[in-house]
Design a binder for this molecule. Structure first.
Ligand SMILES: *Cc1c(COP(=O)(O)O)cnc(C)c1O
Ligand SMILES: [Zn+2]
Length: 425
């Protein structure tokens, strides 16, 4: 099923006029019922998840190209006011799209690009979604900016809150990578480590969101706004390809939000006439140690059975993914699939991307490159079609993943004879 992109008559119950740009309402992804714009995330009819509906004006390529070199160039397609750049905000996006000729050759692909989102302000794709959530929180008058996080979201929320001057409280599993803890704490704000898995942390956050007035949990009660940020990945990929859709795209899956919104982004570009309506295939990538969506895909199920995560790809370690069923829809509808790779294959993926393209990915990038490699080898991804693989985070965040696999070639005294003995000349 695919929710309508356009919704009827403008309605808004919170925020100043124009607070949400061209968004006109919240649309239930299950039953299609519409609700006014406000701090809602569940359908009042069926409790299904809500997403943003729009009434788009005419938008041209030239108009977008004249905008700032960050996600705000797509303001007309996002639920943010047209003066979004006038208040302190992170300026994520417009990350590089790297032509990956070496990796393509190694894998036997005709044309491959890496969309490298490690270049965002806090070094992961999460700056995109947090920027939209922050705008919504401000317009809704929230006094606390909060989230449950597998790590990267914590970094992005803490940084964006610091810059915007809004109080932040982030919740993380107690066993997070040290780098992600430090990269959150450095921005100030409160950081609560919870003895439990991400899914436990998420449950706690939902409970707090229900109790506390004025707390904007970016991925819980302002999730419909937050999720729209992922569309900017689709917009940028298409614009950077010269206003065309890629033929195949490999996307990591945690809650599944990013993957479904990349599809929504492509659909909106088509509907607006900004790109031609050419076919594309979406592939989802998970780590075997947390692969509930991949398991459901393989079993032919429509529902996703929660799992207990155990993988080095902690940024993707969501055992009960909210958007899992929609990931199944998108991958099946576009002729793709969801596949998973072992932790060893994740490490291989990180090293392969670094060795061939000089891009150091975090474990999530190891997952996508690992799945790409597997799909090519098994003949399930067309090597002749132009492919984009996502790297959504920076390798510096997950150094432990490769710690045992990388080391100096040798340690010597400052002596020429010793150097010669190494056999490097
Ligand atoms: C959060 C995250 C994702 C995707 O998350 P979804 O919940 O599926 O939208 C992908 N990569 C990294 C590095 C992340 O932190
Ligand atoms: Zn509904």
């Amino acid at each position: 099923m695919s929710a309508p992109v356009f919704s009827p008559a403008p309605t808004q119950v919170a925020g100043r006029p124009g607070a949400f740009g061209n968004a006109t309402g919240l649309v239930c992804r299950e039953c299609g019922a519409t609700q006014p714009l406000g701090p809602f995330y569940a359908c009042s009819e069926c409790f299904g998840p809500l997403e943003i509906g729009y009434e788009f004006p005419r938008v041209t390529r030239e108009q977008i190209e004249a905008g700032p070199k960050n996600i705000w160039r797509y303001q007309p397609l996002l639920p943010v006011p047209d003066d979004i750049t006038s208040s302190p905000n992170m300026e994520p996006g417009f990350t590089r799209l790297v032509e990956a000729g070496n990796l393509a050759r190694e894998l036997g692909l005709r044309k491959l690009h890496v969309k490298d989102d490690s270049g965002n302000p806090t070094h992961s794709f999460k700056d995109r979604v947090v920027a939209i959530a922050l705008s919504a929180a401000r317009e809704l008058g929230s006094k606390v900016f909060a989230c449950p996080s597998t790590g990267n979201l914590a970094n992005a929320v803490a940084a964006a809150g610091a810059r915007a001057g809004i109080r932040t409280v982030v919740f993380v599993p107690h066993d997070l990578e040290p780098a992600k803890v430090q990269m959150t704490a450095v921005y100030g704000g409160s950081l609560v480590a919870v003895r439990g898995s991400y899914d436990d942390v998420n449950r706690l956050a939902s409970e707090i969101a229900g109790e506390e007035e004025g707390w904007a949990f970016v991925n819980v009660n302002v999730r419909p706004y937050y999720a729209e940020g992922s569309k900017t990945l689709a917009f940028e990929i298409a614009e950077q390809l010269g206003w065309r859709l890629p033929e195949q795209v490999v996307v990591p899956v945690a809650s599944g939000s990013q993957l479904t919104k990349i599809d929504k982004g492509f659909q909106e570009l088509i509907k607006l006439g900004l790109v031609e309506d050419t076919p594309y295939t979406v592939f989802g990538a998970q780590a075997t140690g947390c692969s509930p969506v991949s398991a459901a895909f393989k079993a032919g199920h429509d529902v996703v059975r929660p799992v207990k995560p155990d993988t080095i790809a902690k940024s993707l370690a969501i055992g009960n993914p909210a958007d899992g069923p929609y990931v199944l829809d998108v991958t099946r509808r576009t002729g793709g699939c969801v596949e998973d790779v072992t932790d060893d294959e994740v490490r291989e993926g990180i090293l392969r991307l670094a060795r061939t393209e000089g891009i150091f990915a975090e474990t999530a990038g190891g997952v996508t490159v690992g799945v790409l490699t597997k799909l090519v080898r098994e003949g399930r991804l067309d090597p002749d079609k132009e492919t984009v693989v996502l790297n959504t985070g920076d390798g510096l965040k997950t150094l432990d993943a490769v710690a045992g696999r990388v080391a100096p070639t040798a340690t010597i005294d400052p002596s020429y004879p010793q150097f010669v003995q190494l056999g490097l000349v």
